[in-house]
Design a protein around this ligand. Structure first.
Ligand SMILES: NC(=O)c1ccc[n+]([C@@H]2O[C@H](COP(=O)([O-])OP(=O)(O)OC[C@H]3O[C@@H](n4cnc5c(N)ncnc54)[C@H](OP(=O)(O)O)[C@@H]3O)[C@@H](O)[C@H]2O)c1
Length: 274
């Protein structure tokens, strides 16, 4: 039974401040990162591994999953092998297998990072619009919610946390295909709604990256748009995968113990200048 502790006087707790020094030590923690075969997810998985976590690498491409897993084993302080699960997150049976394998291998789950994101340019006049819409919502929203359903019983046991990769795109209708932007806006709402539903045991947060240099960005966006993104960013550069990975680690750490239902923009400030 959870009780509400009323704080009646301000008592600085020295131990809490000292704990910050150790807050990036994830030894003994299990972190599942979807979409970790490339880009932002790969960076997040690598950073958690460097910080001692046991990591689950997953995506559809077996060769890329293996490449990332080899790198991670080298980066891990005790050369720990990550678990590799080749899975298509849009298929319920794959999502179930992903969670089952994670628990079979590590026996617990501490951090779930829902990072998969699909984006295809389309317009309402396009005959395929609704197909793109259905696929985008399945990949970006439904699959993540399914994984959360499966993860909640385990996250409750570890006082775990969920982090979703959203996007500044949810705020930028002039630059964003409707299905992609709407799926990320849904994710933003889901983050807040799930923080309400799953607290106080499980914290739920999102990260909204701006322009982050990954293969997907280069494939999706013309060079001129990336250049515009760099100029509009208040910090005058394109983002790096590591910028997002560091934010994910912060949100998963004990330093963020009082943070839930929030959406952390990692965008060089572009959202205020576009
Ligand atoms: N890069 C940016 O500028 C930017 C900006 C804002 C938000 N984001 C968000 O950040 C996240 C990562 O993007 P990224 O730029 O790192 O792209 P990315 O390099 O293309 O990574 C996408 C990852 O998702 C996986 N994936 C895609 N569909 C999948 C499916 N059906 N089943 C399983 N895995 C799937 C891919 O693996 P496989 O291909 O192996 O399946 C890959 O690992 C996305 O949610 C994206 O919307 C990116």
């Amino acid at each position: 039974m959870w009780t509400v502790n009323a704080i009646t006087k301000y008592e600085p707790n020295g131990d809490e401040y000292y704990a910050v020094k150790n807050s990036r030590n994830f030894t003994g923690k299990v972190v599942l990162v979807t979409g970790s075969t490339s880009g932002i997810g790969e960076g997040i998985a690598k950073l958690f591994a460097i910080l001692g976590a046991s990591v689950v690498v997953t995506g559809r491409r077996a060769n890329e999953a293996q490449r990332v897993a080899n790198d991670i084993q080298q980066l891990s302080p005790n050369k720990q092998k990550p678990l590799v699960v080749v899975a298509d997150i849009t298929k319920t049976e794959d999502t179930e297998r992903l969670m089952n394998k994670t628990i079979e291998k590590f026996g617990q789950l501490d951090v779930l990072i829902n990072n998969v994101g699909a984006g295809v340019f389309t317009t309402i006049r396009d005959d395929k619009f609704l197909d793109v819409y259905d696929y985008t919502f399945n990949a970006n929203v439904r699959s993540g919610l399914k994984l959360i359903q499966l993860a909640v019983p385990y996250l409750e046991l570890t006082n775990g946390t969920i982090i979703g990769t959203s996007s500044i795109a949810s705020q930028l209708p002039a630059l964003t295909p409707l299905p992609y932007g709407a799926s990320k806006a849904t994710l933003d709402f889901a983050t807040r709604a799930l923080a309400v539903e799953l607290g106080p045991r499980i914290r739920v947060n999102a990260i909204s990256p701006g322009f982050i240099m990954t293969e997907a960005l280069v494939k999706l966006m013309p060079e001129s748009v990336i250049k515009m993104g760099t100029e509009k960013a208040l910090l005058k550069r394109v983002g790096r995968v590591a910028d997002v990975a560091k934010a994910a680690v912060f949100l998963a750490s004990t330093d963020a113990a009082f943070i839930t239902g929030t959406n952390l923009y990692v965008d060089g400030g572009i959202i205020n200048n576009i």
